[in-house]
Write a protein of this length. Structure first.
Length: 148
């Protein structure tokens, strides 16, 4: 493969890998954000439930109990939605991770090809240099033999 073409392919693969890395970072950030929201909702729900228990121990009107329970039900629904969003985000994160890994493997394969190509070029250059050195040595030897 032409070294210019390989360099271009490597550059394009690196750009694609970097874009995939940015997307992966965004997905990780989104997961953390959703997980924090879920944790906050769960804590708020637990605090509110504890508050209801405390209020019930001191006596409370039934309509207030119903209001608390309705609000707890809406919090439960919000927690379920946040849990679902977290599961969805984990799926997106996994896909993004796989996408990045694919791009990374492609880049690594181009880099390996480039390394092999460079090693082959060095080997050819070394052989050429060795041949020139051998020819020069032979010519010097022949001159010395011819002069004596």
């Amino acid at each position: 493969m032409n070294s210019v073409v390989l360099a271009h392919l490597t550059e394009q693969a690196e750009k694609a890998r970097n874009e995939a890395a940015k997307l992966l970072a965004e997905e990780r950030h989104n997961k953390q954000k959703i997980a924090l929201q879920l944790q906050t909702l769960q804590q708020y729900r637990n605090d509110y439930a504890a508050q209801l228990q405390d209020q019930m121990q001191h006596g409370m009107a039934s309509y207030l109990v119903n209001n608390y329970r309705q609000f707890l039900a809406s919090l439960d629904y919000a927690v379920q939605r946040a849990q679902s969003a977290l599961v969805d985000q984990e799926t997106k994160l996994d896909k993004s991770q796989q996408h990045w890994q694919t791009k990374q493997r492609k880049l690594a394969s181009y880099e390996t090809l480039s390394d092999r190509q460079q090693a082959a070029a060095v080997k050819v250059a070394n052989k050429r240099e060795q041949k020139l050195t051998d020819e020069l040595s032979l010519a010097m030897y022949m001159r010395q033999r011819g002069l004596r």
